[in-house]
Design a protein around this ligand. Sequence first.
Ligand code: NAD
Length: 317
Amino acid sequence: MSQQYKKALVTGGAGFIGSHIARRLKALGIEVAVIDDLSMGKAGNLTSGVEFHQASILDRNGLKKALDGVDIVFHNAARVSIRNSFDDIFGDTETNVLGTVNVLREAGKAGIKKFIFASSMAVYGDRARLPVTEEGVLEPISPYGAGKLAAEMYVRQLSRYYGFESVVLRYFNTYGPGQTLTPYVGVITIFINSLLQGRPPLVFGTGEQVRDFVYVGDVAEANILAMTRPLDGAIINVGTGRGTSVNDIAALLLNKFGAGLEPVRAPLPLGEPKDSGADITRARRLLGYDPRTSIDQAIGEVIESVKSTHAPQLAQA
Ligand SMILES: NC(=O)c1ccc[n+]([C@@H]2O[C@H](COP(=O)([O-])OP(=O)(O)OC[C@H]3O[C@@H](n4cnc5c(N)ncnc54)[C@H](O)[C@@H]3O)[C@@H](O)[C@H]2O)c1
């Protein structure tokens, strides 16, 4: 591949998706800097050879240092919990909206050429027709979704103002090895972790809600493709186009290692859409994106990853 960019900054690069993007960039021979405050990410996720800045995206000086020599930014740092966005609206907005504005401003001043933003299917809410295209109704049902939508607008505005290319990628439910374990984000990782400890999966709502589960390697690939193509101003769904219900995930995992256990149920939390699914026609057309990894193929790898990273510590908790 011709080398368009010399040095990339991955914000949130010690987290789940950001660390996969950083690894792919390194493998392509691109110099990589990461800024992460380690509020959720782990230093252990960092690929060897990356330049690490432990700082918040709200810290202008930290950002300035991290942006030294950078010509492309992959902005993934965020608070990712819908639930937390209700409990701490100010903190969510501060990181996800003002933090994004801060990264855009410092990146603009540093003279970067391209900015790729990790947005979310949460911008659609519950009213869009499924599978949702990028023109679907934008009516977020959580502060997290509202913040991501506001941040998208700032990406468009400030990329024009500072004169760099921008791409917005709306990730759907991403899963894979290395996922940060929290009580509400990443149902596959959460179920595996429960089962490894002999606890049944906690299914919210009827469990019939459908999600578009996309493998983290495919999300990282979409970022790499978005880097290599001229796409100024594009907004692109990153999912698979296939829906899987939460009950199906629970059944798959119970089958593998949950003999004798039955799912436990709880009400669907506030801010969670009933169903969600991506139309990925645009991603195929503009990026040549072709998500190939199925849950069946990836699940063994994800189980091994949860075993080695999360289960031992949590078992003590
Ligand atoms: N995981 C998903 O299914 C999903 C779906 C849609 C969109 N996204 C978006 O993808 C991006 C990555 O999410 P993830 O799943 O890897 O989550 P993650 O929590 O593993 O990664 C986010 C990283 O950002 C860091 N961070 C948080 N606040 C920060 C701050 N103020 N300054 C610096 N670093 C900060 C965290 O420490 C963490 O390492 C986020 O922007 C998220 O909103 C994720």
